[in-house]
Design a protein around this ligand. Structure first.
Ligand SMILES: C[S@@+](CC[C@H](N)C(=O)[O-])C[C@H]1O[C@@H](n2cnc3c(N)ncnc32)[C@H](O)[C@@H]1O
Length: 559
């Protein structure tokens, strides 16, 4: 253990208190100039350090850290973000209250060389989340911590969407891509990824699944359009209604668990649910408010999780529109009005609930139960047997190594715990020929097909495989899913083709969007409206052809 600080008196005090520890050394040193032997560190920990450094200093430290820390080693830091925590007025405050996306950019961009002088290394995100004590005691989400792992650059790209290929192909993003699934194509009005604090697709850190999601399908603009169609808090088929209906399936297990805890007089230990791909936090809010569950929501998109994304996005939109239409910034964080144009990220939603005044007791209680973090379901570290249920809606479609996620979920569940998944599916291979017109509807996204022109073919004529690869989706068929759940060790596996329900949702969402045309065009644009309804019609066409399907999976970990 080597403890370093640039204040000699702090180091002296530290040594006085802890000097008896034979494995600890203490040194006065300045992080901005520090040099350590390459490959000499397993874990680099800092707490409230980077917020006192300028961007270049953070960047330089990150690069040096890449050579100090062994590949596989960890870098952890915790910083105040967004704003000051306390209310003390200060004449001088040297702190940089960064938007978390700034830290993402600085660490995503860092590249270094390992101790052998040859191997290129970078940081891979393990998790980014709020410091729980601040959330619990102060309802304050501005204390954020990051855990990164040092990995070889050739390890770049992980089990999620084959984003590297798709992002490298400029045509698949803002140039000429046709949105075929949903309103995801960044348009001219969309704030660019880099302007939102994410790496631009041309920077060195482009190509990770997280960047792909934040810059493309889940840009702030796209999420706002999705939410408009799916309903507040949801980016999934059927929105709140389908989520509520499906969550009823958890009900017996969660009630049973609650009773057991009550019988055993275990206080404050509500059932614990893992939500994989928690999106804007709609399902977590229901689980917390209606089922009294603690929820850990994990989502790879910073835009979905981090507060203020939409605040910035709406501010931008308002400026662009010369305030001719109403995005009410004032009431942005607090309004509960379902019809307003406000979009709340998972953290914003939490803030609004925690700040609820009269009549908000249940919202406050629910806010205290849900936590959100940015993390990859294929990389996340989960304590074994710690969850009573795992929930994941329409998320595994983004992930190639679904088997890994199922294994992680299985290990993280307590015996008897339940898993509930919905996901897009492709037709089983024996039906594939008839449904895809002879072309293999492959789930592989390794090589995105060349982008069709925005102005030419209507969505409905796009081949299913093109759609899948352009989205970076990885789709399984129903039997593959069912077999994988069983192979993982799950029992009582229920695997249902629910394409009929999916189609009904699509029709009603399309109808609602068409009825909302005037307001939609006012709040977004004519082009946005056409893209959205075009995308929904295209989904309906693929469903009618039997190509695009939707499945529900419920299973239990044996006792
Ligand atoms: C269609 S949205 C569904 C969101 C949410 N489940 C809901 O019901 O509204 C899919 C979500 O999966 C997230 N996602 C994609 N890949 C992921 C990964 N590897 N790990 C965690 N989340 C991921 C996306 O960022 C997105 O929020």
């Amino acid at each position: 253990m080597l403890a370093i600080d640039f204040m000699p008196n702090l180091i002296a005090e530290n040594e006085r208190v802890n000097g008896h520890l034979t494995n600890a050394k203490f040194a006065v040193g300045d992080a901005t100039e520090l040099e350590l032997p390459a490959g000499s560190v397993d874990v680099l920990f800092s707490n409230w350090l980077l917020m006192y450094l300028g961007d270049e200093e953070v960047s330089s430290l990150a690069t040096r850290a890449l050579s100090w820390v062994v590949p596989g080693g960890v870098v952890f830091f915790r910083e105040s973000c967004f704003r000051q925590s306390g209310d003390k007025q200060r004449a001088k405050n040297p702190t940089h209250y960064r938007d978390p996306r700034e830290y993402f950019r600085l660490f995503d961009d860092a590249r270094g060389v390992a101790a052998d002088g040859v191997t290129k290394v970078r940081f891979e995100l393990v998790t980014c989340r709020c410091v729980d004590t601040y959330v619990r005691l102060k309802q304050n989400q501005n204390q954020l911590c990051w855990k990164w792992r040092v990995v070889r650059v050739e390890e770049e790209g992980d089990g999620t969407a084959a984003a590297g290929a798709a992002v490298d192909d400029e045509s698949s993003s803002s140039k000429g891509s046709t949105p075929v699934d949903a309103p995801a194509t960044p348009s001219r009005r969309t704030p660019s990824a880099s302007s939102l604090g994410h790496a631009s697709t041309s920077s060195s850190c482009a190509g990770t699944p997280r960047h792909f999601l934040d810059a493309e399908q889940y840009s702030a603009h796209s999420i706002a359009r999705y939410e408009r169609v799916f309903g507040r808090g949801f980016v999934t088929s059927g929105g709140e209604a389908s989520t509520r209906a499906l969550l009823l399936m958890f009900s017996p297990a969660l009630q049973q668990k609650k009773q057991k805890l009550k019988d055993e007089k275990v206080a404050g230990n509500n059932p614990f649910v893992l939500d994989i791909g928690s999106g804007l936090g709609g399902a977590a809010a229901i689980l917390a408010a209606d089922y009294n569950c603690r929820v850990r929501g994990i989502d790879l998109s910073v835009n979905m999780v981090s507060e203020k994304v939409f605040f910035e996005f709406l501010k931008r939109s308002t400026r662009k529109r010369k305030k001719t239409h109403l995005f009410s910034l004032l009431s942005f964080f607090h309004s509960q009005n379902q019809n307003s144009n406000q979009v709340l990220s998972a953290m914003d939603r939490h803030n609004a609930a925690a700040a609820a005044e009269d009549g908000g007791a249940s919202a406050k209680a629910a806010a205290a139960l849900a936590r959100f973090e940015v993390g990859d379901a294929t990389r996340v570290e989960l304590e074994p047997q710690s969850f009573d249920a795992v929930h994941s809606r329409d998320t595994l479609l983004h992930i190639e190594d679904k088997a890994l996620v199922l294994r992680k979920a299985f290990d993280a569940l307590r015996p008897g715990g339940m898993i509930l998944l919905t996901d897009y599916l492709k037709a089983p291979s024996d039906e594939e020929e008839s449904s895809s017109g002879g072309e293999e509807a492959s789930g592989s996204a390794a090589a995105p097909a060349s982008a069709p022109s925005e102005t030419t073919e209507p969505d409905s004529t796009l081949e299913f495989s093109t759609y899948v690869s352009k989205r970076g989706y990885h789709l399984w068929d129903l039997p593959t899913y069912s077999a994988a759940l069983q192979e993982t060790g799950f029992a009582d596996v229920v695997a249902e083709d629910r394409t009929g329900a999916f189609e009904a949702c699509l029709k009603s969402e399309l109808e609602k969007a068409e009825a909302d045309r005037e307001a939609f065009v006012r709040d977004f644009s004519e082009e946005d409206f056409e893209e959205v309804v075009g995308a929904w019609r295209a989904k309906l066409t693929r469903v009618a052809k039997g190509q695009q399907r939707w499945g529900l999976f419920v299973a239990r970990k044996p006792l």
